[in-house]
Design a protein around this ligand. Structure first.
Ligand SMILES: Cc1cc2nc3c(=O)[nH]c(=O)nc-3n(C[C@H](O)[C@H](O)[C@H](O)COP(=O)(O)OP(=O)(O)OC[C@H]3O[C@@H](n4cnc5c(N)ncnc54)[C@H](O)[C@@H]3O)c2cc1C
Length: 635
């Protein structure tokens, strides 16, 4: 299908590398198309805010560690946004308590969606001039976390609507008249929205898109099929990714109120996101006004799709932080109630360790959510940082559900009506949607190596090709001489590193020493990791793209170092000993994972003491969360 995509004007770094490595034109073109979309998103940001200026990129490649980009200020929530948030929580809490949240199909009821619209929920991310309340993203993300403790589906729908749905594409790419036309209805909730990208043959591989739109008079006529689209039913407004003149584009499409010959939903049984609609969409000569085509500037439809995904990824991590709070709040009463061998299981080390570990993951997700959303508010693109939040949040939620929550509840975890049994698929699916974790991990590493590769490796590759050197490993004095001009900048960079270019980061003095020590260690590792990245590039050269296991492994290591740094610095600024202890546990866990060390007795003491304090009710993060009744209690 790559032949359906527009011919590139100029090969990208990735495309050039793939071609030089002997990949087929088709594979190089497909991968190049995604790389180009990525570059076009980059071009929308001022240099300072592009990937190469981002905290993670600079932490690895800059000689002076940018510690200021890891210390997150407290958010301010404008009073009008706070009012909307409080009222929205009140609506959902009331419906949960009155058991009226779901309709007869067990989906969030229309009446709830309408009431939320009345109090301004759907307009939180819409500008004031169009009827929204323009919440800073950091305030929005923290609020989603709170909403997820009450109902994760309602929280998820705010992200589907505001981050990946139609709101972000229209705000970022809409013309004044498109904004005027769509945003007020999206803000009020008169039109709720979804984003339709995935197709039966195009999920991880977005170059395989087939849905097409052809201009006929004043309308685009759409034919094709979408799959797995959340919140997509008749009457919604969708960002529809389709091919126009063989190039990906986004149409803002108002789906009709009733299905008809042109538009139909395809239903299937889906375990995940069961309280929201998720459907396939089938279009047969479906008409969309030509004015509804978004202008991606120098980019295309994938540029628009990529733009909203970063917000969605942070929202996903916030949702995980809220969902894990609900799990922990429901673990404690059970652990207190359940007695085995004449003592409550809350007194046992294994159970206390689980409570401590759960708190550690909650604190780390909170830190990542604040850090990423602060960057997005500051104007950063945030690609690598939001990928970390997405992967870490979804993996934590999976571990929390299975290793901590399910195990602590024993057989009752599988009863109908149990938070685990009823929601196990909800807890796992975030590892897949908005990008499967390992695929994203590779995208993370590609972003990290791109500038270094373009600056140093690409000229060498081109010089070798020009000199007719086919095998990059067969280096002789003659070949070195032939490419000396291209080799020199890299050789001087490498020499500088060997002489010790990396700096020793200066860590702020807030908080306990142990957190400062974790932060210092992680920052030092990040500085050292540039040699590991360069080493990988040197070792595999043009074949690196095929070394997925090595790429994924190094990517995960760097991500873990970032999580340690962000969590330690974030927790150190909080005046709460349990948060300090939880952050310490998280940092110790990740450091052991990175170094291969065994846990020490002192670690076990720290994590079980933390679990004991949490069981005693000391963890403010879970205060006020409604607990579910204990199933099958015994006398
Ligand atoms: C609950 C739910 C909600 C969703 N909501 C939406 C939505 O609102 N809008 C929307 O557009 N989409 C949505 N999706 C789709 C989702 O984004 C895709 O499922 C996801 O991107 C993966 O695509 P896929 O399912 O086609 O997996 P595939 O493309 O079939 O890939 C399967 C797996 O193969 C592996 N793989 C694939 N390619 C490679 C490669 N080159 N190298 C190594 N490994 C590879 C990866 O592990 C990958 O996860 C949703 C999905 C779910 C489950």
């Amino acid at each position: 299908m790559a032949s359906q995509l527009q011919e590139p004007e100029q090969a990208t770094f990735v495309e050039t590398a793939l071609k030089l490595s002997g990949k087929s034109d088709d594979e190089a073109k497909r991968t190049g198309a995604l790389d180009r979309a990525d570059e076009q998103v980059e071009a929308m940001f001022a240099k300072k805010y592009q990937t190469a200026g981002s905290p993670v990129h600079r932490a690895v490649w800059d000689d002076k560690f940018p510690i200021e980009l890891f210390v997150v200020p407290e958010p301010t929530v404008p009073p009008e946004c706070q009012k909307v948030m409080d009222a929205s929580l009140e609506v959902v809490l009331r419906h949960v308590r009155e058991k009226t949240l779901l309709n007869e199909q067990r989906k969030i009821a229309d009446s709830v969606l309408r009431e939320l619209g009345d109090v301004g929920y759907w307009g939180l991310l819409v500008d004031r001039e169009f009827g929204g309340s323009a919440a800073p993203f950091m305030a929005f993300a923290r609020f989603l976390r709170q909403m997820a403790t009450v109902d994760p589906t309602v929280a998820g729908l705010a992200s589907v609507h505001g981050c990946i749905g139609a709101v972000d594409p229209v705000r970022a790419f809409g013309s004044p008249s498109q904004k005027e036309n769509h945003l007020p209805k999206l803000a009020s909730g008169q039109r709720l929205s979804a984003f339709a990208l995935t197709e039966p043959c195009a999920g991880s591989d977005l170059t395989a898109l087939k849905t097409e739109a052809k201009l006929e008079g004043d309308h685009y006529v759409v034919n094709g099929e979408k799959l797995f689209i959340t919140n997509a039913i008749a009457g919604r407004t969708i960002g529809l990714v389709c091919l126009i003149d063989k190039k990906p584009a986004v149409l803002i499409a108002d789906l009709p109120d009733q299905e008809n010959d042109e538009f139909q939903t395809k239903r299937y049984g889906l375990y995940a996101l069961k309280h929201s609609y998720n459907n396939g969409l089938v279009f047969k000569n479906f008409k969309v006004p030509k004015d509804n085509l978004l202008d991606a500037g120098r980019g295309d439809g994938l540029t628009i799709a990529y733009h909203g995904l970063n917000r969605g990824r942070v929202a996903l991590c916030a949702n995980a932080a809220g969902t894990m709070r609900a799990m922990l709040a429901n673990m404690l009463p059970w652990a207190r109630f359940r007695k085995t061998y004449a003592a409550a299981i809350e007194t046992r080390e294994l159970v206390r360790r689980r409570c401590g570990r759960m708190a550690a993951m909650i604190v780390a997700c909170d830190a990542l959510v604040d850090w990423c959303s602060w960057q997005l508010d500051a104007g950063f693109r945030g690609e690598m940082e939001c990928i970390i939040a997405k992967i870490f949040g979804s993996e934590c939620q999976k571990e929390a559900a299975i290793e901590l929550f399910m195990k602590t509840h024993g057989g009752r975890a599988f009863l109908h009506g149990h938070l685990f049994g009823d929601n196990v698929h909800e807890f796992l699916a975030p590892c897949i949607y908005e990008g499967e974790g390992e695929m994203l991990g590779m995208a993370f590493l590609k972003s990290l190596i791109k500038e270094h590769g373009t600056k140093y490796y690409e000229p060498i590759g081109k010089a070798m090709a020009a000199a007719g050197i086919k095998n990059p490993n067969a280096v002789t004095p003659g070949t070195l001489w032939a490419i000396r001009g291209a080799l020199w900048p890299y050789a001087s960079w490498r020499l500088k590193q060997l002489l010790g270019a990396a700096s020793k980061p200066v860590i702020p003095s807030d908080g306990p020493n142990k957190l400062r020590e974790h932060a210092e260690w992680a920052a030092g590792q990040l500085q050292k990791s540039r040699m590991a990245v360069d080493g990988l590039m040197q070792k595999f050269k043009l074949g690196l793209a095929d070394r997925q296991c090595s790429m994924a492994e190094l990517s995960a290591r760097i991500q873990d170092q970032v999580v340690i740094l962000v969590t330690a610095l974030w927790a150190a600024r909080r005046n709460d000993e349990l948060i300090h202890a939880a952050a310490d546990v998280l940092c110790q866990d990740l450091r052991r994972k990175l170094t291969g060390a065994r846990p020490s007795s002192s670690y076990f003491k720290t994590v079980t003491k933390l679990g004991e304090a949490i069981a005693a009710g000391g963890f403010s993060a879970i205060a006020g969360i409604d607990e579910n009744e204990i199933l099958m209690p015994y006398g």
